[in-house]
Write a protein that binds this ligand. Structure first.
Ligand SMILES: [Zn+2]
Length: 120
């Protein structure tokens, strides 16, 4: 079971990587060299994520959805619905993430680390 909100800048960063790789993987032929390369990267990222988070990610990915979205202006970046004030406050510190009560994606609001240079 997942008990949000959670704090882990590392998990959040891996989750974002996994979403990016999943999107890329959909774009390339599965049996291409690039597809093979992406699959290898996905395996490496998945090995660093807790099972509960992977299960949640896979369920959303099976529906063709991303599993993580950034909060923008108090709204969920996934479904666009307004988030409860309490949840927004809980997500405010960098590295904290929770789950959207409307659509179920993992949410974060602050950049995971201001000290680290941004990477995709
Ligand atoms: Zn949502």
């Amino acid at each position: 079971m997942i008990h949000p909100p959670m704090y882990s800048a590392e998990v959040l960063s891996q989750l974002r990587s996994l979403n990016w790789l999943t999107e890329e993987f959909r774009r390339v032929p599965a049996d291409s060299a690039e597809g093979w390369h992406l699959r290898t990267q996905m395996r490496a990222v998945r090995a660093r994520l807790p099972n509960a988070i992977l299960t949640h990610h896979d369920r959303l990915a099976a529906e063709g959805r991303v599993s993580a979205a950034q909060v923008g202006d108090g709204n969920c970046g996934g479904c666009g619905l307004k988030l409860p004030k309490t949840l927004r406050a809980e997500l405010a510190p960098a590295g904290c993430f929770g789950i959207c009560p409307h659509c179920g994606v993992f949410l974060w609001s602050a950049e995971s680390s201001a000290a680290r240079p941004a990477h995709r």
